[in-house]
Structure formats: structure tokens, C-alpha cells
Design a protein around this ligand. Structure first.
Ligand SMILES: [Zn+2]
Length: 312
């Protein structure tokens, strides 16, 4: 473990917020401490080397290789989610060199082959996962950190980070590196869990967006915008109308575990909540919070060039 300072303002002092376990992988012996400055972050925290213990092979986000045969409805929901991600890019740019940082098995990059004319690249920290992206999807993926990839200045038109920034040890440094490798008219798209969301307020320590100990930082629209500005970016637009349902279901799951809800009742409710039809029916619940940036997930688009702010 190591101690750190606020990645936004550099202050070493912050107030205590929560002690959490790894609710996602149900490792209750794991202890993670969240503190709050202007930014909410983990302190002390696992070092980069220690962090690999918290991404075991059963970590489900790595299990999206082509070998899996999900149901048709689930596959449709999944593809739909990827198309929605793509639209955050294509409404600004439809061609060029695109880099996905933390690309996992390359699902998003693969989807971009059908949305525009792209030269696709990925960076993935875990070598075995990067290998899946290369082998199953014929993608150009660098295994390691973004900094280790040391791309030349101004290499990319678009850089994306889907659920990645909150996992990094020094997000400000990574954003500065992205600033260096982006072209002058380049675009950066970042998705993070939204600490300012209604469900984050409602579930508190059991909010799935905290995902301790893997999430080292938890952002609000304000703290993400401040960090982007410090790294030299201008915020183009912000949105929270995407991918909120799973965060909600996981939060309910953690809360039920803590409240010691009976196993049978828990299983029945979760089976119901995981049904794709429930997911569709829940869409109206997310409508209003998403409109006012209070949805579970935040997508912020930024550019190097100063731009006129677009508000949806
Ligand atoms: Zn601070």
C-alpha cells in the first residue's frame, strides 16, 4: 500500500469518507479507505503492482471475448451500448486515427469498424487481455500503460477512455500524456461513474460506482472538468444518459447483502432485474436524472482547441 495526495490540488489533507470492502468480487476482507478533498479518492491505496491482485481472471469485464455465447437479447443490448458509445465520437468526427485507452478485449474498437473510417489502436495494461484483442479481433493493441506506449506527438484524432480514468494512479499525468499525443483539433471522450448522481447519493457506501478497491478516484462533472482543464483541455460537452442500469442493479445487490436480505428473495429479485426487458422498462427512470447530469454515469467530451460549449 502507498499514501498519496489529491490529484487535483496536490493537498495532502483530506477528510475521511468511507471504509469499503470489495463488494463486486465479494472479497469482504479487502479494506479500502475513501477520503475527500475537492476530489474523492482512495488513500492509502494499493500500489500499481499490488493492484493486479484485484483484477483476477474471473473479473467479468475481461470475459467479453468472442468465445462467449450470450442470449440474443443480451447481445442486442450489448451491441446497442457499444453503438451509443460510438455516437459520442461520431457526432464530432467520423474518420481518423482513434486510440482506446484501457481497451480490454477490444469490443469498443471492433464496434467502431462499423461507425466511420478509422485507423484503430488500443492500449491495455493486462498482457493476456491485450492478446485476446489481437487474436480474436485483429486489433493493434499495445500491452502496458499509455505512458509506456510512448506514441509520437499529435498521433491521434480521437482518444477514448471508457470506465478507465477512475482506475489510474495518476489521472492528471495520463490526461497530460493524452494532450501530447492528440492532434491540435483532436477529441477526447471520457466515461466515469458519476458521484453527483442520484443513485450515488441514495446508496452511499453501497453505490456500485465506488467499485473499491479498483476505483482510485470518483469524479463529479465538476472535478472531472477541473482535471481536464488543468491538463490543458476544454470541455466540449457533458452527458449522463448512458449505461446506468447495471450500476443501479449492482448497488441494489450490495445493499441487499449488507441488509442481510434472504438468499431466495435476493436471487429472485436479481434474476428479475437482470432481465433485458426490465432494463428496457427502466429507461424512463433514467430520463430526468440524465438530463441534469445526475445519471449514474458521466460522459465528458473535451478538445485541445478552445470551443464554444455545447449544451444538450
Ligand atoms: Zn484537492
Amino acid at each position: 500500500m502507498e499514501t498519496t495526495t489529491c490529484n487535483l490540488c496536490g493537498s495532502p489533507s483530506a477528510s475521511y469518507r468511507y471504509t469499503l470492502a470489495d463488494y463486486y468480487l465479494q472479497r469482504f476482507a479487502v479494506e479500502a479507505t475513501l477520503v475527500q478533498c475537492s476530489l474523492v479518492y482512495q488513500n492509502p491505496r494499493p500500489t500499481l503492482a499490488e493492484m493486479s491482485e484485484h483484477y483476477p481472471p474471473e473479473y467479468p469485464l475481461y470475459q467479453t471475448g468472442k468465445g462467449r455465447q450470450p442470449g440474443r437479447l443480451l447481445q442486442w443490448a450489448y451491441d446497442y451500448g457499444m453503438r451509443k458509445r460510438g455516437r459520442f465520437v461520431t457526432r464530432h468526427k467520423q474518420a481518423g486515427a482513434l486510440l482506446d485507452v484501457g481497451c480490454a478485449t477490444g469490443v469498443f474498437l471492433d464496434g467502431m469498424r462499423r461507425q466511420g473510417t478509422w485507423e484503430l489502436h488500443g492500449v491495455e495494461l493486462t498482457p493476456e487481455v491485450a492478446e485476446i484483442a489481437r487474436r480474436e479481433r485483429a486489433l493493434d493493441v499495445f500491452a502496458g500503460t499509455l505512458e509506456e506506449a510512448s506514441y509520437p506527438d499529435q498521433s491521434f484524432d480521437v482518444v477514448t477512455l471508457w470506465d478507465v480514468l477512475e482506475h489510474l494512479h495518476d489521472p492528471t499525468a495520463t490526461l497530460r500524456e493524452i494532450h501530447r499525443i492528440l492532434k491540435d483539433d483532436g477529441l477526447l471522450v471520457i466515461r466515469v461513474p458519476n458521484l453527483a448522481s442520484w443513485d450515488a447519493q441514495w446508496f452511499g457506501r453501497y453505490w456500485a460506482g465506488l467499485d473499491a478497491p479498483r476505483h482510485l478516484y470518483v469524479f463529479t462533472p465538476q472535478t472531472l472538468a477541473q482535471m481536464l482543464q488543468r491538463a490543458g483541455f476544454n470541455v466540449v460537452d457533458e452527458s449522463s444518459a448512458i449505461a446506468g442500469y447495471l450500476v443501479l442493479v449492482l448497488s441494489i445487490h450490495y445493499w441487499m447483502n449488507a441488509a442481510r436480505v434472504g438468499e431466495t428473495a435476493k436471487r429472485r429479485l436479481l434474476r428479475l432485474l437482470h432481465h433485458p426487458v426490465m432494463r428496457l422498462l427502466s429507461a424512463p427512470i433514467f430520463f430526468w436524472p440524465s438530463r441534469i447530469l445526475r445519471g449514474p454515469v458521466l460522459v465528458t467530451t473535451a478538445s485541445k482547441k478552445p470551443v464554444k460549449r455545447v449544451t444538450k
